[in-house]
Design a protein around this ligand. Structure first.
Ligand code: NAD
Length: 278
């Protein structure tokens, strides 16, 4: 779905994609990158905000090369002043803000018994507080323009206990689902919609850092569809939730996981082991 054309589905919209740079330490690009590129292809002006100025600029250069508009902003979303400045930059440049995609994420490690305080605090600061702070300033700007759409990148790891045992990550990804509900409940009358996306085992920059061929094969086979998920699969849902096509959808979490959450693990046993159970 990388080359499908989204026409003008976001024409006239201004969007911020946090974590919109691509990691430079992997060959693969991330969901964040695909999202920024797809929203721009759909006609949105996309402000790409990332901790890494270089990576944000790389995404922007690609969008510009396709004829889109995308300024880069360096922002640490765990910092309130940075979130305020990020939203102000979008409004100053384009006069409004309609879409916020909360992509920026830190990675968790360990079980609760192994809890590493520093990693725990980082996950809370970036994944949860960062998304809430960015939303705070975005809601103020969106309300002035009659409303907007906020999208939180949760994870299947925030719905079921993850096999990677990254407890701080899972806890924050679960909390984002409640943030979408409270934002809907508290700000719906301001025209604010808020939804969560829960990606499954997508092959991309995020997972690519620790990927082995065996693990990649397991990711593919663990879900009923038996095909590999890509960052584009997630970006297409983000586009829908960002657009007015989803104008009556708010407060929900939608998995993009090849059907993984729909089945009992033992149903998939034969696909993972070549052994029939029944
Ligand atoms: N890839 C997957 O399989 C998968 C699965 C489930 C959920 N997700 C979620 O989807 C989203 C995008 O995933 P991805 O694979 O593109 O991730 P990624 O790791 O490639 O990108 C995360 C981005 O966030 C940026 N970032 C980190 N800390 C930041 C901070 N404090 N302020 C601003 N930016 C910061 C990084 O520089 C990076 O560009 C993430 O929220 C991730 O948790 C991904």
């Amino acid at each position: 779905m990388e080359n499908a054309k989204p026409a003008g589905r976001l024409a006239g919209k201004v969007a911020i994609v946090t974590g919109g740079g691509s990691r430079s330490d992997t060959e693969e690009l991330g969901i964040d990158h695909a999202t920024a590129v797809l929203l721009a292809r759909a006609g949105a002006k996309v402000v790409v905000a990332d901790l890494s100025a270089e990576n944000a600029q790389r995404t922007c250069d690609e969008i510009s090369a396709e004829g889109g508009a995308a300024p880069a902003v360096t922002a640490d979303v765990s910092d309130a002043a940075a979130c305020d400045a990020m939203v102000a930059a979008a409004v100053e440049r384009y006069g409004a803000l309609h879409v916020l995609v909360n992509n920026a994420a830190a990675h968790g490690k360990g079980t609760v018994e192994e809890l590493d305080e520093e990693n725990f605090d980082l996950n809370v600061a970036v994944n949860l507080k960062g998304a809430a702070l960015a939303s705070k300033y975005a809601i103020q700007a969106m309300t002035k323009g009659g409303g907007g759409s906020i999208i939180y990148l949760s994870s299947i790891d925030g719905i079921v206990a993850p096999y990677s045992r990254g407890v701080p990550y899972s806890l924050t990804k679960a909390a984002l689902q409640m943030l979408a509900k409270t934002t809907t409940s508290d700000h719906g009358r301001q025209g604010i919609r808020a939804n969560c996306i829960a990606p499954g085992h997508v092959q991309g920059a995020f997972s690519g850092r620790t990927m082995t061929p065996q693990r990649r094969e397991l990711h593919k086979n663990a879900a009923p569809l038996g095909t590999e998920g890509t960052p584009w699969d997630v970006a297409w849902l983000t586009l829908f939730l960002a657009s007015d096509e989803s104008r009556w959808i708010s407060g929900v979490t939608i998995p993009v996981d090849g059907g993984l959450l729909a089945v009992a693990p033992l149903r998939m046993y034969s696909y993972l082991t070549d052994t029939e159970l029944v």
